[in-house]
Ligand binder design. Structure first.
Ligand code: NDP
Length: 285
């Protein structure tokens, strides 16, 4: 080894539980490889009881950063040194940057969603949106829409406590918001955009959110956050009603690309990331 060689790899990873079937590592590894970065990204199964130790380990191992997924997105906040304002508004973190020993929490999920719309030529300014769900993904989408010019947000959720809680937070942040309980056959309000931010339709299930599909009209924007399969039954039915559809793959890729930019200062090829995911789903399903 001469003076310029360095065999040490930068370590990054994704913590969650369960984590085995999460394809994020494939996408991030493809991006690092394409950027010619000698970085190693690991899928790390962390139980809730071990979360504090895991975060101590991030500092001890001098890891560049982490992605955080279910069930740690909210609980991890108390172990961080700083929180980005949007992550603070959302109340959840999906990306941690280790800035020389200071851990900073971000949430790039909503930005990923908006960028997926943007590359499809969709501008949310002044529009109304229906979000099915009130969990982490729904919160990220709602607050990112709110800070990017949406007019009104309708939250439809099975648990009214959680749905009303989100509506209250949106209103406190200065937004217009309404709540409807998610019941089978629900007629959804007439809006420009509908987003399924629930788990309904995730592989191997082929369930469809039980809404009244006569509410969907040609040209309406219908989105799904589900990544596997990218073409959910919900999107297929919406398309048959003439809607313009946006799948969850774009959101996953763009939230990940922003994470890589936060960690390395380099923006990766989103095409390379998307291709890697598609070939991985072909093998899985
Ligand atoms: P949470 O557990 O935080 O929230 C789940 C939401 O789905 C809740 O609103 C829950 O309602 C609702 N829900 C679940 N099952 C049903 C059902 N059978 N009927 C009605 N409502 C239901 O999960 P997340 O928000 O973190 O994740 C939601 C989905 O988003 C997942 O599939 C995840 O993979 C995906 N996701 C995709 C991302 C991407 O980049 N494409 C990024 C992040 C997440 P209730 O409150 O009543 O329980």
């Amino acid at each position: 080894m001469n003076d310029t060689q360095n065999y040490r790899m930068e370590i990054l990873g994704c913590i969650g539980h369960p984590i085995d079937e999460n394809p994020t590592a494939v996408m991030i590894a493809a991006a690092f490889n394409n950027l010619k970065l000698n970085h190693k990204y690991l899928m790390i199964d962390v139980d809730s009881s071990a979360l504090a130790d895991a975060i101590t380990g991030v500092k001890a191992f001098k890891m560049l950063g982490l992605n955080v997924t279910v069930p740690h997105k909210v609980n991890v906040i108390k172990y961080l040194d700083e929180l980005d304002p949007l992550a603070s508004m959302i109340g959840a973190v999906n990306t941690i940057v280790n800035d020389h020993g200071r851990l900073i929490g971000y949430n790039t999920d909503g930005l990923g969603f908006l960028q997926a719309l943007n590359v499809n030529g969709i501008d949310i300014t002044g529009k109304d949106v229906v979000i099915l769900g009130a969990g982490g993904a729904a919160r990220a989408i709602a607050f990112s829409c709110l800070t990017n010019g949406i007019h009104k947000i309708h939250i439809i959720n099975r648990s009214s406590e959680r749905g009303l809680g989100l509506v209250k937070s949106i209103r406190s942040a200065g937004g217009l918001a309404e709540f409807l309980e998610f019941v089978p056959g629900i007629k959804i309000p007439n809006t420009n955009i509908i987003v399924n931010a629930t788990e309904i339709g995730m592989y191997p299930s082929t369930e469809i959110p039980p809404i009244d599909f006569d509410c969907i009209y040609p040209g309406q924007i219908v989105c799904d956050v589900i990544i596997n399969p990218p073409m959910t039954s919900f999107l297929r039915v919406a398309k048959s009603h003439g809607a313009t559809i946006v799948d969850g793959l774009g959101m996953l890729v763009y939230q990940g690309a922003r994470g890589i930019e936060l960690w390395t200062g380099k923006y990766p090829s989103t095409n390379v990331m998307k291709e890697s995911l598609l070939s991985c789903f072909e093998t899985l399903n």
